[in-house]
Write a protein that binds this ligand. Structure first.
Ligand SMILES: N[C@@H](CCC[C@H](N)C(=O)O)C(=O)O
Length: 329
């Protein structure tokens, strides 16, 4: 037997699979099948999830572990900010560490334990980088702009201004008023299906400015659909906020980012001509699930052949967000 963990950051939910604990690692095809099976909202485990976070041995010098991100549809993402916080906590507790590096597809990223957000709500800070703006990094084509920064793009949505930022997974960002959110679903669905512009799909984030250093962000995720929160999306949207509205957003100071599932803080940095972002938020473990290695390989995990033990942490998390003055859109 081995263990899966059900976890979340701002209720962006995942299963963590630590392959270093297995006798035989899953092949890539097996990982895709497992992700599609257990994350399904209708037939998956514990109501499904947005993806699977695979913990492997490190691949670069100086890192403690590697995280791979398999989206619910089986596609692989280069990064996941909310997921990295939960993997950071998992590896910190496994190896008794507080400050270390985790390999992701494009970079080794620093992760650090933080003071709890509230009683029983553990928190981690993770580095979000590299940051790129060029159209090849997203990628997009046929839009007539090499970069998008608060740019009117009528081909996407008339009257809406867009920014394109890869961190390094791709994000399209628009700041909207209360009524603008209704366009998020149709736009996200279109750009993540057959479309002439984003051949690999794109995470679409709508931000709403609440005040100085305070925003709300809702995301339609590539490979997932609507999500409660997207960590890299909130990081990219914070950077767009500061670049478009320098009078309202600061570098080097926390920006509060509310989302449908909770709240995080981001801190923007610009050093040696490069941007990077710190993402700080909860890393909550909701269930421990005992499964056989065979059911992982064959993607046949059911409530009958697994043993689920709730951790009790979700109650603490819900108490924490119920005490926030969190807006909804
Ligand atoms: N929810 C994540 C991002 C997950 C990856 C995304 N679906 C993609 O394909 O880029 C986050 O918290 O950053």
């Amino acid at each position: 037997m081995t263990e899966l963990l059900k976890v979340h950051g701002s209720q962006n939910c995942f299963f963590i699979l630590d392959q270093t604990k297995l006798q035989r690692e899953l092949t890539d095809d097996e990982l895709v099948a497992l992700a599609q099976q257990i994350t399904s909202k209708e037939h998956g485990l514990l109501g499904g999830a947005d993806g699977v976070l695979v913990v492997n041995r490190p691949v670069r010098e100086g890192a403690t572990a590697q995280m791979r991100v398999i989206n619910a549809d089986g596609s692989e993402a280069s990064m996941c900010g909310n997921g990295l916080r939960t993997v950071a906590r998992y590896v910190a507790e496994r190896d008794n560490l507080e400050d270390f590096k985790v390999d992701t597809m494009d970079a080794s990223l620093r992760v650090r334990k933080q003071p709890d957000l509230a009683s029983g709500v553990p928190a981690f800070a993770v580095e979000i980088s590299p940051v790129r703006f060029n159209k090849e990094a997203l990628p997009y084509d046929h839009l007539g702009h090499d970069r998008l920064l608060n740019t009117l793009v009528p081909e996407l949505l008339p009257g809406y201004r867009f920014s394109g930022i890869a961190v390094p997974n791709p994000h399209l960002i628009s700041f909207v008023d209360e009524n603008g959110f209704k366009e998020l679903g149709p736009l996200g669905e279109w750009l993540n299906g057959e479309n002439p512009y984003f051949s690999d799909g794109v995470n679409v984030n709508f931000g709403h400015i609440l005040g100085p250093n305070k925003i709300f962000v809702k995301t339609y995720e590539r490979g997932v659909g609507f999500t409660n929160a997207c960590g890299t999306g909130m990081s990219a949207t914070s950077l767009a906020f500061a670049l478009i509205h320098p009078e309202l957003a600061s570098f080097g100071k926390p920006i509060t980012v509310f989302n449908p599932g909770g709240m995080v803080r981001t801190i923007l940095h610009h050093e040696n001509h490069r941007y990077w972002i710190e993402l700080i938020g909860n890393a909550t473990f909701t269930h421990r699930i005992a499964v056989s290695e065979e059911s992982l390989h064959s993607a046949t995990i059911t409530d009958q052949n697994s043993k689920v033990v709730p951790t009790g942490e979700q109650e603490n998390y819900l108490k924490f967000i119920n005490n926030l003055d969190k807006p909804e859109f």
